[in-house]
Design a binder for this molecule. Structure first.
Ligand code: GTP
Ligand code: MG
Length: 212
């Protein structure tokens, strides 16, 4: 007979969803291929996404589903179907294509206005830093009005998904955000100060919200 403890130990680990959005050609699939530790050749051969591509990965023992959606105009209308399950959001920007920054800004605004994503941590990636004329992240913050984002943790990193530069930051950021969403283990759930000392113990106050 399986014991309760045995059942709890065998409970499948939760899989977290990482949603990757951005205009077409921003470099989302190249990033997803990098995060999936694909070979340099495979990363260079990425083609425009049709609908979406899902990759099931493990980030430092955490199960993660990367959802890389197509950024083509007509596909952006169906991005919202993936909002409900998203645990973190990555928005990729082509830093070398200043002519499309206002389009990126409009799409990002639409995304951030959606209630279902209102508390989802946001990572902006100023991608293609290796390309000629790439704008630094400080300028992208300015041009996209990112300092006006309120009510959610957000961060911007510069990267080159093609060259594999700045990807470690992205992995660490995803990991740190998801770590906070991990359900408490059976032992930590029971052996809290609340359990040991009762409901009035100050030590049982858990920090609220996420920092940046
Ligand atoms: N120079 C440079 N090119 C990049 C970088 N990341 C992606 N690219 C190139 O940009 C083009 C588009 O990359 P994708 O990853 O397919 O872009 P996407 O955002 O997935 O595009 P859709 O699937 O159409 O939405 C490809 O030719 C990539 O090789 C980068 O960091 N630097
Ligand atoms: Mg793609």
């Amino acid at each position: 007979m399986t014991t309760l403890l045995g059942k709890l130990r065998k409970a499948p680990k939760k899989e977290f969803n990482v949603l990757i959005l951005g205009l077409n050609n921003a470099g989302k699939s190249t990033l997803a291929a990098r995060l999936g530790l694909e070979t340099d050749d495979a990363v260079k051969q990425v083609t425009p996404t049709v609908d979406l591509t899902e990759r099931h990965l493990k980030f430092k023992k955490m199960k993660v589903c990367l959802r890389d959606l197509s950024g083509q105009c007509r596909m952006r209308k169906s991005w919202h179907s993936f909002y409900k399950d998203a645990n973190v959001l990555i928005f990729v920007i082509d830093s070398a294509d200043a002519s499309r920054l206002s389009e990126a800004r409009c799409e990002l605004c639409e995304v951030l206005l959606d209630e279902r994503l209102s508390h989802v941590p946001l990572l902006l990636l100023a991608n293609k830093q290796d390309a000629f004329g790439a704008l630094p992240s400080s300028m992208i913050v300015e041009l996209l009005g990112l300092n006006r984002i309120e009510g959610r943790p957000w961060k911007i990193y510069e990267c080159s998904s093609l060259a594999g530069v700045g990807i470690d930051n992205t992995v660490n950021w995803i990991y740190e955000r998801l770590k906070k969403l991990r359900p408490a283990s059976v032992f930590s759930r029971f052996f809290t100060p609340y359990f040991l000392f009762g409901p009035t113990c100050l030590l049982d106050r858990r920090p609220g919200g996420m920092d940046d």
